[in-house]
Design a protein around this ligand. Structure first.
Ligand SMILES: Nc1nc2c(ncn2[C@@H]2O[C@H](COP(=O)(O)OP(=O)(O)O)[C@@H](O)[C@H]2O)c(=O)[nH]1
Ligand SMILES: [Mg+2]
Length: 350
């Protein structure tokens, strides 16, 4: 099992629907880390954010100007954001080296573009996530807009989205029910463990989709076992200690489950490519031996080999006779002049 030597920072990628409060929550998290004297590092990957309200250490906006990208490539806002992220992903190895060179870092938080799918369903988002997860204990922090998730149907669609991200990334997952200052997060969180409570809520909100939501909730039961959910407020700061506890547990999960699986995949790939190399080498050796054999083997045997369906003639020939016969059937090598359109380039024998 991969062990945690405590040397690497927990890398937390913050995702969530637009307006769920990712950026504001990071501002709160940053303030909390300062207060607790925890070494943190903040990275902003949202090229379209007007103002980053926390002290950002690495900002995508310093590298790519998303408005310029829109103009240059004739793109709309979403295309501009995605292309900017793609451009940044090509340089992500530099970010990685930089993080690796930092000492004493405890936490790295990464803010992602407002529109969730720009990060979670893009090639660059996958590249950034897997690159980070290969080097650091990485955790996904999924931010939920709690006031918009208190109806069973919206709760379910948000959970389905989270579920798709969890299974796509396979990374340890923490769910932060944000804006707990507006709506108590306890109720939606309880729906994950208390099936009856969710059914009651469904009855109270009976609609056309109730049956579908009911069956979905059964399907998602297994998914709910895979993460911790905490109620937080980016505005009041409630739930911060619980959030950091959940992140620490997710870090442990990274070392217990994700890292060994990753190491196993890497080892399997290395073994597979070693096998491939060995097989290619064996093929090459056979080919060389066969070619070598062509020069030295008994021509009669060769003739038999060449047409295995034909029984070789039952005449006994001495090796010398056979060699002679074989020689006689060899086409004579005649030096033929090469014809080329460009006669000047031809080297004529003297
Ligand atoms: N009341 C309340 N509002 C919040 C909270 N977190 C974020 N907001 C508001 O939600 C809106 C969207 O927040 P933002 O951080 O930009 O969301 P993002 O798109 O996920 O980064 C802003 O108007 C924030 O002020 C919270 O915990 N409580
Ligand atoms: Mg934001």
């Amino acid at each position: 099992m991969a062990t945690d030597d405590g040397q690497q920072p927990t890398t937390c990628i913050v995702v969530g629907m637009a307006g769920s409060g990712k950026t504001t929550l990071l501002q709160r998290i940053n303030a909390y880390m300062h207060e607790k004297e925890v070494d943190g590092y903040m990275i902003n990957l949202d090229p379209a954010v007007a103002n980053v309200p926390y002290g950002v250490n690495i900002d995508i906006r310093d590298t790519v100007n998303y408005k310029e990208v829109m103009k240059q490539y004739g793109l709309g806002p979403n295309g501009g954001i995605l292309t900017s992220l793609n451009l940044f992903a090509t340089r992500f190895d530099q970010v990685l080296s930089f993080l690796e060179s930092k000492e004493k870092l405890e936490n790295v938080f990464i803010d992602t573009p407002g529109q969730i799918e720009v990060f979670t369903w893009s090639a660059s988002g996958s590249i950034i996530t897997t690159t980070l997860a290969a080097s650091f204990p990485t955790v996904l922090l999924y931010v939920v807009d709690t006031p918009r998730t208190v109806a069973p149907a919206t709760f379910m669609s948000n959970m389905l989205y989270a579920c798709s991200i969890l299974y796509k990334s396979k990374l340890p997952f923490v769910m932060a029910f944000n804006k707990a200052d507006i709506v108590d997060a306890e109720k939606p969180i309880s729906w994950m463990t208390d099936f009856e409570a969710f059914q009651e809520e469904l009855l109270a909100h009976e609609s056309m989709s109730s049956e579908l939501v009911r069956s979905m909730s059964l399907v998602l039961e297994e998914f709910y076992n895979h993460f911790t959910a905490v109620g937080v407020s980016a505005v009041t700061g409630e739930g911060m200690p619980e959030l950091f506890e959940a992140l620490a547990a997710a870090r442990a999960e990274y070392y217990a489950d994700y890292k060994p699986a990753l190491d196993k995949t890497i080892a399997e790939r290395a073994a597979a490519s070693a096998d491939e190399r060995a097989a290619a080498l064996a093929r090459l050796k056979t080919d060389i031996e066969a070619a070598d054999g062509l020069d030295r083997a008994d021509p009669a045997t060769l003739a038999a080999d060449a047409s295995p369906d034909v029984t070789p003639p039952a005449v006994s020939m001495s090796y010398a006779q056979a060699a002679q016969a074989a020689q006689a059937t060899q086409p004579r090598r005649v030096a033929t002049p090469t014809v080329d359109d460009n006669a000047d380039d031809l080297e004529m024998p003297g």
